[in-house]
Design a protein around this ligand. Sequence first.
Ligand SMILES: [Zn+2]
Ligand SMILES: [Zn+2]
Ligand SMILES: [Zn+2]
Ligand SMILES: [Zn+2]
Length: 160
Amino acid sequence: MATNLPVAVPSCRECGIQSVARCPSCRRALCLDHFPRDEHQPCAARLRDEAIRYSCYICGAASLPQQWSSTSFAHYIDPHTCAGCGRYICDEHHTRLRIEGVELAHDGLRSQRYHVTRRYCGICAPLRHVGGLRGAVFWLVGMCAAAVAGGLWYVEFLAR
Ligand SMILES: [Zn+2]
Ligand SMILES: [Zn+2]
Ligand SMILES: [Zn+2]
Ligand SMILES: [Zn+2]
């Protein structure tokens, strides 16, 4: 019998009206007005309390993660972090590369479009194909390990 029931549309955690999106940070269902991070808890409190964290790692300019909705099915998310190293970077001077992508998500019977901004800092932009600074370090460590293993094998080979 339960299969005949319509799929319930989640309601906004702040005001109770029909939700339109989920916050990428806290995963709460929210309406258009409460989707921005400073409009709902716990994200608003986190923004305020950890304001010092949201600054460019190079120049210290405010780099707050932002999100807003243009319609009830299109939402914009800008984490303001470098997709390579995960550090916050400012828009004006230290975002070397910016890529806009669209992610589709299903929420009950509805599908939502999330426009996500990916940024890269000056160090990670040229390394983005190997996953930014973190990825490059990972590869470097892997290559060194392979070289050491290869060297050991060679030494053993000579010792035979
Ligand atoms: Zn609301
Ligand atoms: Zn949130
Ligand atoms: Zn900066
Ligand atoms: Zn980076």
